[in-house]
Design a protein around this ligand. Sequence first.
Ligand code: PMP
Length: 399
Amino acid sequence: MSVDNFSISANSITGESTLVYQDFARQVQKTKGIKIINFGIGQPDLPTFGKIRESAKKALDEGFTSYTSAYGIDELRQKIAEHLSNKYGKVKKEEVIITPGAKTALYLAFLMYINPGDEVLIFDPSFYSYAEVVKMLGGVPVYVKMKFNENTGFSLNLSEVESKLTKKTKMIVLNNPHNPTGMVFDPIEIEKLMQIAKERRIILLSDEIYDYFIYEGKMKSVLEDPDWRDYVIYVNGFSKTFSMTGWRLGYVVAKENVIRKMAALAANIYTCATSFAQKGALAAFDSFDKVKEMISLFRKRRDTMYEELKKIKWIQVYKSAGAFYMFPYVGEILRKSNLSVKDFSLKLIEEKGVTTIPGEVFPLDVGKEFVRLSFAVNENDIREGIKRMKEFIDMLMTP
Ligand code: PMP
């Protein structure tokens, strides 16, 4: 036995993280000296709002630096419960656990339910971490291909969901608004999905971390169903809405006894989320004016990115209604130039200094013909980056 003999869990990690492309861009910047335009970024580019920073600083100065309860501090659980109760319907403090980021919330949710061989329905494309954690725990990701239409975007493809259900299906993972497509799914589709989960007794794990990033239409939350406690595990976090990615704060909402079991797991894995970060997050609920400003800024950036992308005749793009990503179809370009989407992204960095994320990172087949671009980038850079992208594509498509 040596330190190189990894566990089945460690060896199960096969996916490629988005960081690979950021690293390559840094290398290109160093060797070629071109300014990199980074559409690969998965976080708002604004500093955490002032009141939140002040609240955390105060907590630090007052010595609030010890462990907290594994559930998180009571005041924050209470604030989250009140916030969700006002927005959707009654949630109790006891139904909330604070976690170090939404990723840990998702990890706890999978750890609670996945036994080896259990199947988990994951939409393709999706945030890469879902499938990786399922595999890590010995579960089997079963992919449901979403359907793309340039005018209406991606659909959850519910008939395929039904056809993929087996006796081993334990969970369905939903992410709404959606990374990487920028979809806010049709409320009717969400309702039908909830119905399937409820009737077939399958757990619906709903990641709603982009719930404030909505530019068009209305989002349906799973917490709007008065029966959510029977089948829903809800995940959200502070990273995106309040520009707090490095603070590592997320949360789960579920039935009280589920939260108690999660706290027991948490106590043995990470003890608690960072104490003074939790105090900072208390002020997040007084910062919605700032959130609103950020969303109107992002709406403008989305419009600009869409207008600029439309100038490239070889791509098809849906004007995203949520999150901060655009997910254009580049299949025609790939076929003509004989490039994989991964090589397309790498070449675009190398030749033009523009970072995009190849869709196959999310995590499988559908994305092989799409690239993800984040519009959490200033407007000048959006214009400049898409201009460079257009030059690159024109070059590829010129015989
Ligand atoms: N879910 C989705 C859909 C995400 O895009 C991300 C971040 N990229 C996360 C969860 C993780 O968020 P956190 O920073 O709170 O761990």
